[in-house]
Design a protein around this ligand. Structure first.
Ligand code: BTN
Length: 257
């Protein structure tokens, strides 16, 4: 990663003023959380070219070949109501979706609740947010498959994963894409602060990959099938099973073929 190039294309006022980079680390999220104790604050970025223990949602691993993709954690302040911290995962999803779509004309990235970026019906990125237990900060980790080839994905996720390169047939400059996404994050966080959650919700609904589709929801103690009907005013997914509308708070949402 060429940090200077990222700086040259950032148009932000607070995000990315300090960029921390390591060729490899355990997980940019873990690294960022540890740096809070040493004074890291809002807007700091943590970037790596390889993670030895990248985390995904629901305790999964996040795998990414060295030097091909984007692995970034950005530090943001909690919303004024800390109970609304989960909104920031959705802000990041909207911002990165908007950033990629603006930077790469001709492709349409969509959003799969609650944290996936989808391209051509396959996963090309994900968001994982972690709250610091004491500080009023949240670390938002984003992994984007940019220049990975099909053979870079392990066989168990190969079918369901993709990258910008696989979709477009050519490489994408990671630094320019990341700057575009970060510019969009600052814009969307500003919209959230000024106008509340509704514009974020509207963006999600307008770019949703699952609304209207038949899904299977797998939660810790139950699983059920239904139609992904809507998102509620707080961003939770509403799934219609028979006559009942169920609110999905966490859990895995699988698209039924
Ligand atoms: C998911 O789709 O399950 C979320 C994936 C999030 C991956 C990113 S990569 C950068 C940051 N560091 C991590 O360990 N995870 C996030």
């Amino acid at each position: 990663m060429n940090i200077q190039k990222i700086n040259q294309h950032l148009k932000t006022s607070w995000l990315g003023k300090k960029i921390n980079y390591l060729p490899e680390t355990t997980s940019t999220n873990d690294w960022a959380i540890k740096e809070i104790e040493k004074g890291a604050g809002r807007g700091d970025l943590f970037l790596a070219d390889f993670q030895m223990a990248g985390h995904g949602r629901l305790g999964r691993n996040w795998e990414s070949p060295a030097g091909k993709n984007i692995l970034v954690s950005l530090m943001d302040a909690l919303p004024s109501d800390p109970a609304k911290a989960p909104h920031l995962t959705l802000v990041a999803g909207a911002a990165f979706c908007d950033g990629i779509n603006s930077h790469c004309p001709g492709i349409t990235v969509k959003l799969k609740w609650p944290n996936d970026l989808f391209l051509d019906g396959k996963k090309m990125g994900g968001v994982l947010s972690v709250r610091h237990p004491d500080a009023p900060l949240v670390v938002i980790g984003i992994g984007l498959n940019v220049n990975a080839n099909v053979s870079d994905f392990s066989p168990d996720i190969r079918e369901e994963s993709t990258s910008l390169k696989i979709s477009q047939g050519r490489e994408c400059e990671r630094e320019l894409l990341l700057s575009a996404c970060l510019n969009h994050y600052e814009k969307w966080r500003g919209i959230y602060d000024q106008k509340g959650f509704l514009p974020i919700l509207d963006y999600w609904k307008g770019h949703s990959f699952i609304l209207g589709k038949k899904v299977k929801v797998v939660e810790v103690n139950q699983s059920y099938e239904g139609v992904a009907q809507d998102m509620d005013s707080d961003g939770f997914l509403l799934v219609k099973t028979g006559e009942v509308l169920k609110k999905v708070v966490s859990g895995d949402v699988l698209i039924c073929s």
